[in-house]
Design a protein around this ligand. Structure first.
Ligand SMILES: Nc1ncnc2c1ncn2[C@@H]1O[C@H](COP(=O)(O)OP(=O)(O)OP(=O)(O)O)[C@@H](O)[C@H]1O
Ligand SMILES: [Mg+2]
Length: 404
């Protein structure tokens, strides 16, 4: 076991561990100049005193949306004497209309925010402040899908523009959830999606460059060979092109080598690290899934463990599941937990979301197997998925009621 004094001994591997922390915000973003420029162009009208168009930024997890937007937010904040004001809101923390309004006020009118006013007062204060010298306020809503009363928030922010005589408000929404849009009021959709920027997944080369840059900042010279980086980049590119996952794996490989007093990160340690960080990522992804989507995933994990009827039909090694059997299992689990099961239209959406998150693979069966049906395959170990849903997400007591 390691003692504290062991941990204080200089590392063979790391030069600056901070650089690998998930909280580290890179000052230079590798290979995202085009996207940064797109965001800058979207915000440029504000700098000229015009409202411009609202923007929606979409891309899967770990593709640099938050990093690029924060980069531009800092740029705007550093411009002196401008009437363009910008507020970055992490909606995971500020998850309702009231909290968002309060956050904006607390950033720009801090003394007012402390007084516990209601939403109407905050609204008045905000509109007066914008109007007084024709400010353009850009509100960045990161992870916007988490906001509970998003239609109300969009309505309120949009209304400011018709309520004021000078100045304006522009929104920048960010999300990694594809179909959250479907739950919104059509008016909110047309406001939020006045223009759109899509971040594509990183390919292996881009991930390699990101890793390489981080190695030069955070590792000792010669501690990590390119071969190791290529391996991590290729693995992460296959599972969704997520830079966060790549960096996590790299950091873990470094820690494993360090713990074993090795002078360099080997491929063997890197393989171990890939396995470990996949587990963490599964947990992170599962923890943020909406409740019913999680139950669908849980049903898939249970059926995968049990074998599924496809396996029984074909006697093959693969555990593909029929869409229908998953839906009936999901329904019975939901009922057992006294939750109203969602209809099939929602169910199809959930499958789509799960596949976009890289948790499952879905494909059409082709002719022969029960006519034409959708087949589903779980892409992570069923045990791991089941474990993290049971342990950390529902808590044991509820699942003890779930039939196996
Ligand atoms: N182009 C890049 N150059 C350097 N580091 C990057 C780059 N893109 C992403 N990263 C790193 O990857 C991590 C994840 O990026 P970021 O948080 O911006 O992703 P995201 O698209 O906002 O993901 P999510 O949808 O999960 O919020 C960050 O910690 C950042 O350090
Ligand atoms: Mg983000």
């Amino acid at each position: 076991m390691q003692t504290l004094s062991d941990l204080l001994v200089e590392s063979n591997i790391f030069a600056n561990r901070e650089m690998l922390s998930p909280h580290y915000v890179p000052k230079r973003l590798i290979g995202r100049q085009k996207e940064i420029n797109q965001i800058e162009r979207a915000i440029a009208p504000a700098l000229k005193g015009e409202r411009g168009r609202n923007v929606f930024i979409y891309g899967l997890t770990g593709v640099g949306k938050t990093s690029c937007v924060r980069y531009v937010v800092d740029e705007v904040k550093n411009i002196p004497n401008t009437r363009a004001k910008i507020t970055y809101v992490n909606c995971r923390i500020y998850s309702s209309r009231y909290k968002v309004l309060n956050k904006i006020i607390s950033e720009h009118l801090p003394t007012y925010a402390k007084r516990g006013y209601g939403a109407v007062d905050l609204y008045e204060k905000l509109t007066n402040w914008i109007e007084e010298d024709s400010k353009i306020l850009v509100i960045v809503l990161d992870e916007i899908d988490v906001i509970k009363d998003l239609d109300d928030l969009v309505y309120t922010l949009t209304r400011i523009n018709s309520d004021i005589r000078a100045g304006g408000v522009a929104m920048v929404g960010i999300s990694n959830k594809v179909s959250f849009k479907d739950s919104l009021d059509p008016r909110s959709i047309s406001s939020l999606y006045e223009s759109e920027i899509v971040f594509s997944n990183y390919n292996a080369n881009e991930l390699f460059e990101i890793l390489k840059d981080r190695v030069s900042k955070g590792f000792r010279q010669g501690a990590v060979d390119d071969e190791v980086l290529r391996f991590i980049a290729a693995t992460s590119a296959k599972s969704g092109g997520d830079a966060r996952l790549s960096l996590k794996t790299l950091s873990k490989a470094g820690e494993l080598s360090d713990e074993n007093n090795e002078p360099k990160v080997t491929l063997e340690r890197t393989r171990e690290a890939v396995k470990l960080s996949e587990g963490d990522i599964v947990y992170d992804v599962v923890a943020t899934l909406p409740e019913h989507q999680r139950l669908v995933l849980y049903s898939i994990a249970l059926l995968t463990q049990a074998g599924g009827s496809y396996k029984k039909l074909t006697d093959g090694p693969d555990t593909y599941l029929f869409s229908g059997e998953i839906y009936s299992r999901y329904k019975s689990i939901a009922e057992n937990l006294h939750k109203d099961p969602k209809g099939e239209r929602w169910y199809r959406k959930y499958l789509y979301e799960l596949s976009m998150q890289g948790l499952i693979l879905t494909f059409e069966s082709g002719k022969g197997i029960r006519g034409h049906t959708k087949l589903i395959k779980l892409l992570y170990p069923a045990e791991k998925i089941r474990d993290c849903i049971e342990k950390d997400v529902f808590g044991y007591p509820e699942t003890s009621q779930v039939p196996n």
